[in-house]
Design a protein around this ligand. Structure first.
Ligand code: ADP
Length: 662
């Protein structure tokens, strides 16, 4: 292959521009990204070599070497991993293969600070080298290829890059950064060592640096030379030493890992710039043995809504990295969980297909799911809101008022978690029948007594009125629409709390939950209103009488609206409004039907029931009115408008209203 100049894919060029312009405030992450790539390359070699031992080429050591040259102003990161062929260098370093790149680019706002955070999540990886370098040279050879098939890739990080064939004896990759003037501090062993300790201590393969000595012959190890003497007065010794712990973090005993190390490990595997909300680190013994280190992030990633998105749990088998996105290890509704599972039982050559079938994997998945749920339960228990609302089913726990520092740190975290991931968690109701009850306890909603999304079913139950037999809820597009829905009027009048559900998945998720802890869930927009014991005898009688005297008008209404309404009846649920729409008990709610329609799906055609308030002035006017037909239609269309719907023929509605106004 002779030397050629190629252009970056448009997205790469755009990304590079962002990297160099937005990320300079956090320069040092480039080292984390490049060491992480080096470590991935070694993992890949180890994995491929399981079936082809020759790939080691009689040099079995997997390691990363970090060197620098003060005169040339270069910093070099060399690994003995899988390396790249010529074509791979072109493909991998010139394009972004990741799906969702477009989505990602679309999310960028132009606000540097915000974008820098997003880029962090996306993982700029290799391109982060351009934060500190104005030119990068990559020299590589893929394991197993002859020395003559090495490749050199050079770019200044703008529009294009050059590639040419080189001869390279050792397999693996060297990333040579030609540092910018403002990044010369990385030409210093002490600086490099401290950055590596901060970000890369958990990397399980050795990171090596060359020992240096003062020109007068005194030997020092990298990192020790900060005291007083000028760097530059040193020479390399040719001796190498490992500067990280080089043991996978999750294999260390809990007590030997600091909070900061857990946090940095999380940031490294998740590309998140924020600390996680919480984590759990356990060795599970029994029929299947494995180690789990699972994190719950504080912020949702930009592609949380993509259900096909790769899962966040990495699978290792006896410390050998197997795969990144092992969806078999975590149910889809917990796709926000990040972490590592290291199995002692699975075969090293386990494939995705095998994973789906393995009993061990099923046990791991169940165990990990339960672990995540108990982490969430723990956060929920310590949430300030729940502590305040003690007296619900948390009453037993509330007797001990000893709150240790740890517990204090958990306050408010569940509400924060729920704001980010609550909607995803709800998917679990339809996905994970075995844990449905635990999940139901973790759900939170707004209600007629709380605008904040903090009311759990248990809180609600604890506040239920004497004689109340159901948990009432309403679904709507927005909190305002839910709160002002005419269907709530009688509940407000009687002081009965109603849960306000405004999340798109609520309607669907609630299909899977008929009751909570023995109390049925009842939509206030479904079926005839039945307040059971909450309605007193006098009210019941008055309603029956009203229905009777109103019967002839009802019959006329039914006739006038026969194309729109399945039925028309008198209701006691309304106080201030003249009418509202409800669906039959077994029907699909209007809200869900609208959502389906918006999503371009066929919603089954079912007509709603019009319920009228016989006490309302407008309804009283109906009897004998010359405008009966128009009034009937206006009543219906207004009921539709009130719940956020749109009359089928808006123009006709306007015409009718105007005719009356004139
Ligand atoms: P990511 O690592 O997230 O895939 P990067 O931009 O960091 O994205 O790297 C792009 C690709 O370049 C990698 O997926 C890998 O195939 C290749 N690559 C990067 N660094 C190395 C390396 N040190 N050795 C081998 N391949 C590498």
């Amino acid at each position: 292959m002779s030397k050629q100049t190629l252009s970056f894919q448009a997205e790469v060029a755009q990304l590079l521009h962002l990297v160099t312009h937005s990320l300079y405030s956090n320069q040092e992450i480039f080292l984390r990204e490049l060491i992480s790539n080096a470590s991935d390359a070694c993992d890949k070699l180890r994995f491929e070599a399981l079936n082809n031992n020759a790939l080691y080429e009689d040099a079995p050591d997997l390691q990363v070497r970090v060197t620098f040259d003060q005169a040339a102003k270069t910093l070099t990161i060399t690994d003995t991993g899988i390396g790249m062929s010529q074509q791979e260098a072109i493909d991998h370093l010139g394009t972004i293969a990741k799906s969702g790149t477009k989505d990602f680019m679309g999310k960028l706002s132009g606000d540097q600070k915000q974008d820098a955070q997003l880029i962090g999540q996306f993982g700029v990886g290799f391109y982060s080298g351009f934060i500190v370098a104005d030119k990068i040279t990559v020299e590589s050879r893929r394991a197993g290829l002859p020395a003559s098939e090495g490749v050199r890739w050079v770019s200044g990080g703008t529009g294009d890059f050059e590639v040419e064939a080189i001869t390279r004896a050792e397999r693996g990759t060297s990333i040579i950064l030609h540092l910018r003037d403002d990044a010369e501090e990385y030409l210093n062993a002490w600086k490099l060592k401290s950055v590596i300790a901060k970000y890369s201590d958990h990397i399980s393969l050795p990171i090596l640096m060359e020992k240096e000595e003062w020109k007068d012959g005194e030997l020092i190890t990298p990192g020790d030379e900060a005291g007083g003497r000028q760097p530059g007065g040193m020479v390399k010794t040719g001796e190498w030493e490992t500067i990280n712990k080089a043991s996978a973090l999750w294999t260390r005993p809990k007590k030997d890992v600091t909070e900061e190390q857990y946090t940095e490990f999380y940031k490294a595997i998740s590309h998140d710039h924020e600390a996680p909300l919480t984590w759990a680190h356990n060795r599970v013994e029994g029929n299947t043995e494995y180690t789990q280190l699972l994190y719950i992030p504080a912020k949702a990633p930009f592609d949380l809504w993509n259900r096909d998105k790769k899962a966040g749990v990495k699978l290792y088998v006896k410390r050998v990295f197997i795969m990144d996105d092992a969806e078999a290890l975590m149910p889809t509704y917990l796709r926000f969980v990040k972490g590592v599972i290291d199995s002692a039982d699975l075969p090293l050559n386990v494939s995705r297909e095998l994973l789906q079938e393995s009993r061990d994997v099923r046990a791991i998945r169940e165990g990990s799911t339960k672990r995540v749920l108990s982490m969430l339960e723990d956060l929920a228990k310590h949430d300030k809101h729940d502590v305040a609302a003690a007296g619900s089913d948390g009453a037993a726990d509330a007797v001990t008022d000893v709150v240790d520092a740890d517990d204090k740190a958990k306050e408010g975290k569940y509400t924060a978690f729920y704001a980010e991931f609550g909607s995803v968690l709800k998917e679990g109701l339809g996905e994970d029948f075995g844990n449905r009850e635990r999940l139901a306890k973790l759900l939170r909603f707004a209600s007629t007594t709380s605008d904040a999304v903090t009311v759990g079913f248990a809180d609600y139950k604890a506040r239920m009125k004497e004689g109340q037999e159901a948990i009432y809820y309403i679904t709507a597009d927005t909190l305002a629409a839910a709160k002002n829905s005419p269907q709530l009027e009688v509940f407000k009048k009687k002081g009965i709390e109603v849960l306000l559900m405004t999340d798109r998945v609520d309607e669907w998720a609630l299909n899977y939950l008929q009751d909570f802890d023995g109390t049925p869930l009842q939509s206030v927009a479904k079926g005839a209103v039945d307040l059971g014991k909450l309605q007193d005898e006098a009210e019941k009688k008055a309603a029956e009488e009203a229905a009777e005297t109103f019967a002839p008008v009802l019959a006329k209404l039914k006739e006038a609206l026969k194309d729109k309404a399945d039925d028309v009846r008198v209701t006691t649920r309304l106080v201030d409004s003249p009418a509202c729409l409800v669906v039959q008990d077994d029907g699909m709610s209007n809200q869900l039907a609208r959502l389906l329609k918006q999503a371009g799906q066929q919603a089954p055609q079912s007509k709603p029931v019009l319920e009228v308030n016989a006490e309302h002035a407008l309804v009283k006017k109906l009897d004998g009115s010359v405008h009966f037909h128009d009034l009937a239609h206006i009543l219906f269309d207004q009921a539709l408008l009130a719940e956020g719907g749109l009359p089928e023929d808006p123009a006709a509605y306007v015409r009718r209203v105007n005719a009356l106004l004139v």
